[in-house]
Design a protein around this ligand. Structure first.
Ligand SMILES: Cc1ncc(COP(=O)(O)O)c(C=O)c1O
Length: 381
């Protein structure tokens, strides 16, 4: 049976640049040689920090501060370090109502009180709702530890926090004296030219934003290269609790050598491939489940979010889809409180583009067959 894996936020395996990475590896090893006997140190390989800075400058017009950038084992380690520094058991944190399950896992592990802020799927977190939550917390004498947001092509909804909302979030963070952790995991995966507003980190004027990014989503999660950027005193506070000797300098150097030469070309090739897959998913949904469900139409990122009818039997949907080899993620995994929502997330970059119409057709059939009687009768009327 074919495997239609719409699970997990992985990039396109068919544009993975194996040959170029072989060349980059040779360059990296010749450059580093015996230096590899040393521990990389807590900030990590400078060449990759410079590359991260250049990557940011290409999009935002200003570089990242190289000396305040720290390479981590994927952005997941950056999240563990940053959240672990600022969240104590019982602390309150604010985030989008739907957000990355891995971040929620860390927050729960740290025993945070997670407050979900309503959002929409286009412009992200609702700032009036955020203000209300902050006011309510203040009335209870609670200062939240942080606002966590995925500003670009949010996981799981694909929302892009609008410029106006970014500016308002910064004002609110200042007014209520908290920090913002900006997770830019999906920045640079754009199917249309330059759709994302300035980053919160760039807009910040009161040293409240910690920026997190990764190479997992534009290259591969297997390289485990991510980073965080923070000004002092935050940078030092985060490193105070880091004990691992630094992230693999060899892996960092290979990624840096590859991207120094190929960043623009690689993004052009891989974004075109991922964009075509996203379009294939949208087209097949349009063909089969219009009128039954609603879904997002992403301009970038790796995810499409489907709101299913209330009449959907989620466990039946899971069973029917998996009988056809179709995998997806259940919406409730991304709900801040794990509520049982009638929604699913599709990650579209991993499947072969030619398999998408078949896989999504099976999914559409499974959705139709998972509706309870009420919808069946209504449809017959
Ligand atoms: C929003 C977000 N942040 C962080 C991560 C962690 O990615 P990695 O550790 O591979 O960089 C993910 C992975 O899916 C994610 O969706």
């Amino acid at each position: 049976m074919k495997d239609f894996a719409f699970t997990g936020g992985r990039p396109d395996p068919f544009t993975f640049p194996t040959e170029e990475l072989i060349k980059a590896s040779e360059k990296a090893l010749r450059k580093l040689g015996g230096d590899l006997v040393n521990y990389p140190g807590e900030s990590g390989y400078k060449g990759l920090r410079e590359l991260a800075s250049m990557r940011f400058e290409r999009r935002e017009g200003v570089p990242l501060p190289v000396d305040n950038t720290s390479i981590t084992s994927g952005s997941m380690q950056a999240l563990e370090l940053v959240l672990g520094t600022f969240i104590k058991p019982g602390d309150t944190v604010l985030t989008e109502e739907f957000t990355y399950s891995g971040t929620l896992g860390i927050m729960r592990h740290l025993q945070a009180n997670i407050v979900g802020v309503p959002m929409d799927y286009v412009d992200g977190m609702d700032m009036d709702a955020l203000e209300e939550k902050l006011k309510e917390l203040k009335r209870q004498n609670v200062t939240p530890s942080m606002i966590y947001t995925t500003s670009n092509h949010q996981n799981p909804t694909g929302a892009i926090l609008s410029l106006e909302r970014r500016q308002r979030m910064l004002e609110l963070a200042e007014e209520y004296d908290t920090i913002i952790v900006e997770d830019d995991c999906y920045g640079d995966i754009d199917f249309v030219p330059n759709p994302t507003p300035d980053s919160l980190f760039k807009l910040d004027t009161s040293n409240r934003v910690i920026f997190i990014a990764t190479f997992s989503k534009i290259l591969g999660a297997g390289v485990r290269q991510g980073y965080f950027v923070a000004n002092q005193p935050h940078y030092g506070m985060i490193h105070h609790n880091r004990w691992d000797g630094g992230t693999s300098a060899l892996a960092s150097a290979i990624v840096a050598e590859f991207f120094i030469e190929h960043l623009d070309k690689h993004l052009e090739i891989t974004n075109a491939a991922v964009g075509a897959k996203c379009q294939a998913v949208v087209d097949t949904l349009d063909e089969h489940v219009s009128g039954l469900c609603t879904w997002t139409r992403p301009r970038g990122g790796l995810f499409l979010w489907i709101d299913l009818p209330e009449t959907t039997d989620m466990s039946k949907l899971n069973t029917l889809a998996s009988e056809k080899g179709v995998g997806f993620s259940s919406g409730s995994a991304f709900h801040y409180a794990g509520a049982p929502v009638k929604a699913i997330r599709l990650a579209y970059a991993y499947c072969h583009v030619d398999d998408i119409p078949e896989g999504i057709t099976y999914l559409a059939e499974a959705i139709q067959a998972s509706q309870s009687e009420v919808v069946g009768e209504a449809a017959a009327d």
